[in-house]
Design a protein around this ligand. Structure first.
Ligand code: ATP
Length: 531
């Protein structure tokens, strides 16, 4: 969950970063122990790196204990996904020709389609198909007082230790033996001696823990000395809280109602890594649901299964998803309750999304500090109250990464390896590829282009003639294209083409005139509804 102290515990390797934001080296620290999370049964309500260094940080699978649920990850190692991503144009290291910049990744032609599709699918479920939630796009830069009021200036930090010799920094809670400690214990000056901690990089001595604020600062105004210090938002949620009254009044919304937002967030993470899992610039998909105080627990219980169901509806294996409730000493000071939706990544069970009952903390604080009345008047009961907030907070990059990992499979077809991305059609970068059986026949190529142009008016379609048909199919399988349309010599005579299904590998002959309709019908049929 969002980590205003106390920062929630996370299992995994300490991943080093140099003092001053230089390039990190690969650390091989002691493995830490995975937490033993509680599985929760949900109740559904009837209603409702710019320096040289390694570009890709990969960390070994770090679950030293047997996985409590014995669930295997979809891919054994991250290299498979990183390799595919680079090779096929999903994700590139940012600023690569200059050696890269740590924990920032760029999305290539296929990656941007995938991530846009993930954000669209979220928006469809959270805004478009609902009457009680509306959207917002607030600024990345906001009044600096907002981050004081929210507690981020004072509290948005991780307890960190620094090596006296190599100057690398590590998060205390990622050392073996520190995983289950509360925030006070993590900041105990005696913790290094007590747990016998040493630098995972060079074995050097570590200094006493201190707080490291994760917010990135910049200056607003033309003259730096006189300019105001502002922050790059570390979460999108605050933009929603400060717009709560404007949205409520203009959209004429009555409690309960929600405000959803998708956008960039920035955190100066001490331990970034594991590809796009933990970045310093990333995107969030957050929704804040404003409710009467006494109903917050019920709405929390309703949102939990709904959010897990969203990942499942778009293809994530249910056995690789679970809930984990935060222990009382893990809860942020504002949180009444927090449950993470976790996914079984190749590097362990990790948070995908947080669901939080934030009480009246946010609107209460902003009301008090701004002097503006943010109370809600309920005409039915004639009561004034500060609405409580149930938040669902997901990462767009983490979700896209999860869909990519979970969709990956290797099969043997007629003695040959076939790599398939079994992405849900709504998430697949291209929905359909149009392929000529004989590219030397101009009539066939022309027919392909006619079909493709018609398809492109409705959806993402691509033409490829740079290999033999078998290889063209494999290429599309590897990037998750659900359907391929092939034009052959017979097509010129009878006007029919072959549609091949990615998963079943079946082939169907249909009229060329019907291709666009056929594909849009299939897409429509596959689309999850009512999530
Ligand atoms: P983590 O424990 O993994 O650091 P968090 O508890 O700090 O996450 P929240 O503050 O609850 O995360 O943010 C909500 C969501 O935003 C997370 O569930 C995750 O999907 C995403 N997110 C948070 N930090 C990052 C990051 N550094 N890189 C990519 N996605 C992130």
């Amino acid at each position: 969950m969002r980590s205003i102290v106390p920062r929630r515990h996370r299992a995994g390797d300490p991943r080093p970063t140099r003092t001053g934001g230089g390039s990190p080296a690969l650390g091989r620290p002691k493995p830490s122990v995975a937490p033993n999370p509680a599985t929760i049964r949900a109740t559904v309500l009837p209603s409702a790196h710019a320096t040289r260094g390694p570009l890709v940080e990969l960390h070994p699978v770090t679950d030293p204990k047997p996985d409590p649920n014995a669930v295997a990850p979809s891919v054994r190692d991250l290299e498979t996904i990183v390799g595919l991503s680079k090779r096929r144009g999903f994700v590139f290291p940012s600023s690569e020709i200059y050696g890269g910049i740590n924990a920032v990744w760029d999305y290539g032609p296929l990656g941007v389609e995938l991530k846009n599709n993930v954000k669209r699918a979220w928006w469809r479920a959270m805004v478009q198909e609902r009457d009680d939630i509306v959207g917002l796009d607030s600024g990345i830069l906001m009044h600096p007082q907002i981050w004081v009021t929210s507690g981020h200036v004072a509290e948005f930090n991780d307890p960190m230790v620094e090596c006296a010799t190599c100057k690398r920094r590590f998060r205390v809670d990622e050392f073996a033996g520190a995983e289950d400690l509360g925030p006070k214990e993590l900041l105990d000056p005696g913790i290094v001696a007590r747990l016998g901690l040493a630098c995972p990089n060079d074995g050097g001595p570590l200094n006493a823990p201190r707080r490291f604020n994760l917010m990135l600062k910049t200056f607003l105004g033309p003259v730096e000395d006189e300019a105001a210090v502002v922050y790059l938002r570390p979460e999108t949620a605050q933009g929603i809280y400060v717009n709560y009254r404007n949205v409520r009044d203009t959209a004429r919304k009555k409690v309960p109602f929600g405000i959803a937002q998708v956008g960039k967030a920035f955190r100066n993470e001490i331990s970034p890594g594991n590809f796009v899992f933990r970045m310093r610039e990333f995107e969030q998909m957050e929704m804040q649901y404003f409710v009467r105080p006494e109903t917050a627990a019920d709405y929390f219980d309703a949102w939990m299964p709904r959010r897990k169901a969203w990942y499942e509806a778009y293809g994530v294996s249910p056995e690789r998803l679970r809930f984990r409730e935060h222990r009382p000493d893990e809860l942020a000071h504002y949180a009444k309750k927090a449950v993470d939706v976790e996914y079984r990544f190749p590097f362990g069970w990790k948070e995908l999304e947080g669901i939080h009952n934030r009480g009246d903390w946010d609107l209460g604080r902003h009301s008090k500090e701004s002097g503006e009345n943010l109370e809600y008047f309920d005409p039915a009961t004639e009561e004034h109250f500060i609405p409580w907030i149930v938040e669902t907070s997901a990462g767009a990059d983490r979700a896209a990464f999860t869909f990519l990992i979970d969709a990956y499979r290797e099969e043997e077809v007629r003695g040959e390896k076939r790599v398939v991305l079994g992405l849900h059609p709504d998430l697949a970068p291209y929905k359909v590829a149009v392929l000529p059986l004989l590219k030397k026949r101009p009539e066939i190529v022309a027919m392909c282009h006619r079909i493709k142009s018609d398809l492109k008016r409705q959806t993402m379609a691509v033409y490829d003639d740079t290999a033999a048909i078998g290889k063209l199919y494999r290429r599309q399988d590897e990037i998750g294209t659900p359907w391929c349309v092939t034009v052959d010599v017979d097509s010129l005579e009878d006007g029919n083409v072959t549609v091949r299904d990615r998963d079943a590998m079946t082939q169907e002959r249909i009229s060329a005139d019907q291709v666009t309709r056929y594909i849009t019908d299939k897409l429509d049929a596959a689309r999850p509804r009512g999530l």
